[in-house]
Design a protein around this ligand. Structure first.
Ligand SMILES: Cc1ncc(COP(=O)(O)O)c(C=O)c1O
Length: 393
């Protein structure tokens, strides 16, 4: 019999994908996904832009493009999303990715050998854990509090494990919704320089803010050049476009180009050009303001629902943006509850454990998405979950 690769055996099925499979039932309300609000997709604008692009630049849209990405997008990305955040960068410092998911994969491809230590926030984005497992990295979790990674724990783990790379989601983190405080952003850039460690700053949510003041990226404090900033258009425009972007020192961008060539030659041109035009026409700020209002309402509904229906000892995060609330209900086993929630109560959420590397962590936690259900559904879902928690006695 033909044997599968050994690295495949290290990949676990995604709980979220499993939940999606169960979602065929229209009665189910999903607080499990990570999509933006469907009502917020800029469909008319995207249609208009696509028509113009195909009419005026049809051949370029359909031909092969550069591996590093569509030049007008790299320029617009720098002008609208990189330099205004205090990051000095030129076109040579950017490369477009097929979603930031590919950016994560290819950065690890460039830097990580089996056995290399990679530090991650504990908890973190579960796809990243899976990619690192597949690469046979030595994954070490760093403790977090309400202000993100705890710097003392980070430095202690750097000294103990000599990591090659730190992976962090500093703003509206997945799964917790937490944001790294300003002094800690500075501290991470300094530690990256002092210990010659790569920092992969994964920031798909930072621009999806519905209140509070923006925080500068870690990359804006990067004097050593060791920080790689990764952004995505998935949460700001639409995930189906599959467009992300990396900003890093030129030498590292060239290495990424090398591995991307073997991965997919280049990111599809039409979606890149749509993103470029969206930025160039100045549409993003108004669009983000519009979806921000939707998210503010939906988060408020979720908070009301949690307070009204969840057990009194439930702790939860109150993000200023992004898509997720992270809740903890002491004494619950959310993996067991998840199946009952879907089959009996018709509500989906993501249990907390898979976001941790250790199997005994996060068992009483759950991730709740507020972006992709309306206020009515969020309220109903919280009520149903409340009934489920109450049934535990
Ligand atoms: C932290 C984080 N990084 C990266 C991604 C991947 O996004 P995409 O590949 O759609 O840009 C996600 C998606 O949910 C995410 O939460």
């Amino acid at each position: 019999m033909v044997q599968y690769s050994q690295r495949l055996s290290r990949v676990k099925g995604s709980v979220i994908r499993e939940i999606f499979k169960m979602m065929a039932d229209p009665e189910i309300i999903s607080l499990g996904g990570g999509s933006p609000a469907a009502e917020g997709y800029p469909l008319d604008k995207v249609r208009e832009i696509s028509d113009c692009l195909l009419r005026d630049h049809g051949v370029a849209m359909l031909d092969y493009g550069l591996t590093s990405g569509y030049l007008p997008l790299r320029e617009a990305y720098l002008e609208h999303l990189v330099r205004p955040k205090g990051v000095e960068a030129q076109v040579e410092n950017t490369i477009i990715m097929t979603g930031s998911g590919q950016g994560i994969y290819l950065v690890f491809d460039v830097f990580i050998d089996p056995g290399d230590t990679v530090l991650i926030e504990s908890p973190t984005f579960l796809n990243t854990i899976n990619v690192l497992r597949k690469m046979d990295a030595n994954i070490v979790g760093v403790a977090m509090d309400e202000e993100g990674i705890i710097i003392e724990d980070l430095e202690e783990k750097i000294k103990r494990h000599h990591p090659k790379l730190l992976y962090t989601i500093p703003t509206f983190q997945n799964p917790t919704g937490r944001s790294l405080s300003l002094p800690r952003r500075q501290a991470i850039a300094e530690l990256a320089a002092r210990y010659d460690m790569v920092v992969l700053e994964d920031d798909p949510y930072g621009d999806v803010r519905f209140r509070g003041e923006p925080l500068p990226p870690i990359k804006s404090f990067d004097e050593s050049g060791n920080v790689i900033m990764l952004n995505s258009f998935s949460k700001t425009i639409a995930p189906g476009l599959r467009v992300g972007a990396v900003t890093a020192k030129e030498e590292w961008v060239q290495k990424l180009e090398l591995v991307k060539q073997g991965a997919d030659t280049h990111t599809a041109t039409l979606p890149q050009a749509i993103c470029a035009e969206f930025l160039r026409q100045g549409l993003l700020p108004a669009h983000l303001q519009k979806v921000g209002k939707i998210y503010a309402e939906r988060f408020a509904a979720m908070e009301r629902g949690i307070r009204q229906y969840f057990p009194a000892n439930c702790e939860y995060t109150r993000p200023d943006g992004g898509l997720f609330v992270w809740a903890r209900i002491p004494g619950c086993n959310t993996i067991e509850l998840n199946k009952r929630a879907v089959s009996e109560y018709k509500v989906a959420f993501v249990p907390g454990q898979p976001f941790f590397i250790n199997e005994d962590e996060g068992l009483d936690c759950l991730r709740l998405n507020y972006s992709s259900s309306n206020v009515e559904k969020i309220t109903a879902a919280c009520q149903r979950l409340g009934e489920l928690f109450a049934s535990l006695g």
